[in-house]
Design a protein around this ligand. Structure first.
Ligand code: IMP
Length: 177
């Protein structure tokens, strides 16, 4: 990372709050009577998921799964492995995946396939941010917070080398290649 790159705000906390409320209202319409399992992908989704569920006033369950891609941190091989399994049996349940960002799509495409093998009643995807310019595999995103440009984002759960997750705004580095 360029040490002289400056942190700029892409979406501030008020814009994020409005997006989370809008998503919660869309999700409420579809899931109110379904007792869904909201499945956060660790670690980036935890801030978003924590805010989202506080706008959902119907019964639901929360679980987490941790995935990682094989290979070095800079070169993704496209092969994903499960680092931490979900604990909740999802057979015949409606599952809503909650993700911070869909970038290449490899992680969510893998997870949707992985979950479908467990025979849930349905699987849908909610992503706070969508970076379509980077997509390598097609992924259907059912609920999208923001469509974002091809910049590396940090804050509101998103990290760069495990740092910056605690920023309340979604930011990027100006001057970064
Ligand atoms: P994928 O490329 O769609 O498989 O995204 C995999 C993961 O890469 C996401 O869940 C994020 O954790 C991470 N990621 C992708 N783009 C960014 C970004 O701009 N900032 C921080 N993390 C990112």
């Amino acid at each position: 990372m360029n040490p002289r790159a400056e942190l700029r705000v892409l979406f501030n906390r008020r814009e994020i709050e409005a997006a989370v409320r809008r998503l919660a209202s869309e999700i409420s319409q579809d899931y109110r009577n379904k007792n869904p399992v909201l499945l956060g992908i660790l670690r980036g989704s935890f801030v978003f998921l924590a805010d989202l569920i506080r706008h959902l006033d119907f019964p639901l369950e929360v679980d987490f799964i941790e995935l990682s891609s094989y290979g070095s941190s800079t070169q993704t091989s496209g092969k994903i492995k499960v680092v931490k399994k979900l604990e909740t049996p999802v057979r015949d349940h409606d599952v809503l995946i909650v993700e911070d960002i869909v970038d290449t799509g490899l992680t969510t495409a893998f997870l949707i396939k992985y979950l479908k093998r467990q025979k849930p009643a349905s699987v849908r995807l909610c992503a706070l941010t969508d970076k379509p310019s980077r997509r390598e595999v097609p992924v259907k995103i059912d609920y999208i917070g923001f469509t974002v440009p091809n910049k590396f984002l940090v804050g509101y759960g998103l990290d760069a080398n495990q740092k910056f997750r605690n920023l309340p705004d979604i930011c990027y580095f100006e001057g970064e290649a």
